[in-house]
Write a protein that binds this ligand. Structure first.
Ligand SMILES: [Ca+2]
Ligand SMILES: [Ca+2]
Length: 108
């Protein structure tokens, strides 16, 4: 038996959020020229996002970078918050380098 409402769920959001995350990943891939990035390349990309160099990428930092990359349409602040939340393994509201690396490895 198929649960009612399944279609509604599919229409509603998860794909969309994955797509937004892909934009961030695509931006990083562009920086690393589409290669599978090594640790040092990932770290470079990470510091592009980590504007204040505190070792974490916040939603505001992600938002800033995506806008600078010309993704104003796709990157609203609320979307960045959700993107961060999707990969924020320890729930502190920001992306550490380890979480960033996991994000890249998951989406590529
Ligand atoms: Ca930061
Ligand atoms: Ca975190």
């Amino acid at each position: 038996m198929v649960a009612a409402g399944e279609d509604d769920d599919d229409d509603d959001g998860d794909d969309d959020e994955a797509c937004r995350a892909c934009e961030a990943v695509a931006a990083v891939e562009e920086m690393t020229e589409g290669k599978v990035a090594g640790d040092s390349e990932l770290r470079e990309a990470f510091y592009v996002f980590d504007r204040d160099e505190d070792g974490y990428v916040s939603a505001a930092e992600l938002w800033n970078v995506l806008r600078r990359l010309g993704m104003e349409e796709g990157a609203r602040y609320g979307d960045c918050v959700r993107m961060i939340a999707a990969y924020d393994g320890d729930g502190d509201g920001r992306i550490s380098f380890q979480e960033f690396r996991a994000m890249m490895e998951n989406t590529v």
